[in-house]
Design a binder for this molecule. Structure first.
Ligand code: HEC
Length: 111
C-alpha cells in the first residue's frame, strides 16, 4: 500500500518535470535538426499558428515528415524524417513549435 502510494507520487512528480523539459528538448532538437534549412528558427516558427503545428505534428509528425519527403529541396532531411530519432522526438518538437507559434505570444530565448 505504502509502496503503491509512493509510486503514484513519483509518477506525478516525474510527469510534471518531463513536460517542462519537453519544450527545452524540442528546442534543442530543432536547433540540431531543422536550422540547417530553416535558418532563422524564431522567425520561421512564428510564421505559423498553433493550429497548423498541431495538424503537422499529429500521428508522430506524419504530415511534417510527408511534406519534407515529398520535397526534393528537403532531401537532406529525408534520412532524419524517416528515422526513429524523429518519431521519438516529435512530441517534444510539437511542444516547442506550439509554444512559439504565431499566436502563442512567446518568443524563444536567444542562444
Ligand atoms: C534539408 C532541409 C530541411 C530540413 C533539415 C528541415 N526542413 Fe522543413 N522544409 C524544408 C523545405 C524545402 C520545405 C518546403 C519549402 C518551404 O515551404 O519553405 C520545408 C517546409 C517546412 C514547414 C512548412 C510546412 C507548411 O506549412 O507548408 C515546416 C513547418 C517545417 N519545414 C518544419 C521543419 C522542422 C520542424 C524541421 C526539423 C525537424 C525541418 N523542417 C527540417 C527543408 C527542410
Amino acid at each position: 500500500m505504502n509502496k503503491f502510494f509512493f509510486f503514484l507520487v513519483s509518477v506525478g512528480f516525474l510527469t510534471g518535470v518531463i513536460s517542462n523539459a519537453a519544450i527545452y528538448k524540442g528546442q534543442k532538437e530543432y536547433v540540431k535538426q531543422c536550422t540547417k534549412c530553416h535558418e532563422s528558427g524564431q522567425v520561421f516558427i512564428a510564421e505559423r499558428k498553433i493550429k497548423d503545428y498541431k495538424k503537422l505534428m499529429k500521428k508522430k509528425g506524419a504530415l511534417l515528415a510527408e511534406l519534407h519527403l515529398k520535397n526534393k529541396d528537403a532531401q537532406k532531411s529525408w534520412k532524419y524524417f524517416k528515422s526513429t530519432k524523429y518519431t521519438k522526438k516529435t512530441k517534444h518538437l510539437a511542444q516547442f513549435l506550439i509554444e512559439y507559434a504565431k499566436d502563442s505570444g512567446n518568443v524563444p530565448a536567444c542562444n
